[in-house]
Structures are given as structure tokens and as C-alpha cells.
Design a protein around this ligand. Sequence first.
Ligand SMILES: *Cc1c(COP(=O)(O)O)cnc(C)c1O
Length: 368
Amino acid sequence: MPKTTETTLEINLSALTHNYSYLKSKLESNTNFLAVVKAFAYGSDSVAVAKHLEALGVDYFAVAYTSEGFVLREAGIKTPILVLHPQPTNFKTLIDHCLEPSIYSFKVLDEFISTASHCKQQDYPIHLKFNTGLNRLGFRASDCNNIVEKLKATAAVKAKSIFSHLAASEDLNEKEFTLHQISTFRAVAKNLESLIGYKPWLHMCNTSGVIHYPEAHFDMVRCGIGLYGFGNSANEDQNLNPVASLKSVISQIHKIKPNETVGYNRAFMAEGHQKTATIPIGHADGISRQYGNKQGFVFIKGLKAPIIGNVCMDMIMVDVTNIECSEGDEVIIFDGIHKASTLAESANTISYEILTAISQRVKRKFLK
Ligand SMILES: *Cc1c(COP(=O)(O)O)cnc(C)c1O
């Protein structure tokens, strides 16, 4: 592998293939696979990831916002794209780019029907989202009659799917709650189907739902984090390969004496003779201040080097007193061995946050 010469996020597309195949292996052969590529494909690169998955035959994509779907269409992605959280102000753009909205309230439904009618659409695919316990976005079970009334009154849109989202699919202590969400969803879907007179697709599971609730795979599953190599448990992480590796280099090494301090606000003070390394990555790159003051760490020559003092905007300083290293040496922030999920835990957060925080300033490099 060529030497790392600057801060780089390596994106391993063969790990993506592996994770996709692994998750697919959990499904019945006729279950559709929707790949969630919101937030730059969990901090990697949505176009590269979507192109790779499209070539592998993925059935659907989802993004959070219309602008994210627009980027994929501009890049030539032809697969259907569900926009999970569209804003009515973007409905015209959404239609112009054949993006499919999640419709989660009457306000949004009315505005979408109005725009779709205005754009002379017929049977434009929409996805009806129901709240079954997350209390974030979605219609209530009791809304079915009114929804169907509105759908029957227009030819502009058609319900392509009915869906919901699990609140705690990764947490088996919440199994009872999750099973209740699933049965609520089944009841809503049955009611809506009978009122509307056809069968939209049903979908409910995210990555952990795919793993823990095979009875709820329905017509499609929506996987995000698993595709990127994390399964929300040490057990599942073993079956997946992290797609992103974050690497950097040592810019400078300092030898410091007892009572010298390091970084802003003099947050670290040396107790003895110590050696520090300065690394060109900071909170503007996605390493938040939470990782400072020995909460977080990096790896140099395979050894753990804690982050000392405060994280700066463009730099961190790490303790390399016991590591034989030189300026220019490679630094691993996370990779397939030193996992992003472990680093995230050090700052009381989750893989999702550390991955999506990696800013656009960090150079991306693709490994086939
Ligand atoms: C982000 C998201 C997902 C993907 O969840 P993962 O846990 O990353 O697999 C699925 N569905 C909805 C509605 C989402 O917002």
C-alpha cells in the first residue's frame, strides 16, 4: 500500500461489497434492498458508494434531503431514490430529478399533491411514513382513512410504499417495544391496503432490524451503518468490514520537560520528560473536542497514543513518549483493526457520529 502523506479517508469498496453481500444473505431472495447513502454515505462519498452499489444491483437508495438526491442524479445514478425528510420548498426540484418523497404529515401530503398536480404528474411514487413509536416523523394509525381519501381524490400520486422506523432495533432489552412497533405497523398496513385497494411495498428494518427481526423484513429493508461496516454490537461487527479508514501523518515531534504544557489553555502539563507528536487533523475535520484530554487516541507503529490537551481546529497533539517514531510516520485514527466504533465509545458516542463527522476537507481515496 502506498505511504500516507496527508490526512486521508480511505474508502474500501471491496469492504462495501462484502458488507452488502453479508446483509443480503440475511434476506429472502425476493426482499428488496435499499441502501441508505445519506450524509455523504455516512461520511464517505455518496456518489462513489452509490455507483458501486448500483453496479452490484441494489434496488433503492435513500437520502435525507432533496439536495443529496440531486447530487446522485447529477452523477448519473438511475436507481430509485427515496428522500426521507424532504422539505416542501424543494418539491419541484425533487420531481424534476425523479426523487421519491417520504410523506409523513397531512401538510406535506397536501403540498406534494399540489406540486405534483401542477407539474402534471400521474401516479408519482410517494412513500407513506407511519409513526409506530419513535415519535419523530410519521402519520398516526388513525390517519389512514383521511390519507386514502386524499389519495383517491387525485391521480397525481400513488403510494409506492408504506413504512415505519424502529426506535431501538439494536437493543434487545427493548425487544418487547420493538415487537409492539412491528405489530402496530402490520395493522396499519393491513388497514391502509384494504382502504386503498392495492398493496404498496412495506418496509421497516434498518441494519439492526435486519439482523434481529427477520419477521419484519417485509418487501424491503433499509440498511445504512451495516453497509459501512458496523453492526451496533461487537458480535455483528465481526461479520462486517469497515469501509472507511482515517489516516494521517506526524507533522512534528516535540520533546518537552516537566511542567511544560501542550496546546490551547495549557490543558496538558507534562509530569516528566515526554515526547509529543502533532498531527494535521482537528475538530474542523471531525475529531471533536470530546476526544481531547486523553479521551481519544490514535495508533502509531501499532501502539496507542492518547490525544493530549485540547483538540485544535486543524491539529491534535498526542503522547508518543513510549513510541519510536519520526516526523512523516503514518498515524491511524481508525481502520479495520482499530475500529471507529471503539474510538467513538471513548467519547461516549457511536460509530454513526464519528463517521458522519469526517468533514469534506479530508481527502478521499478509493481502494478497489
Ligand atoms: C438512517 C436511516 C436508516 C438506516 O439506519 P441504519 O441503522 O444506519 O441501518 C433507515 N431508515 C431510516 C428512516 C433512516 O433515517
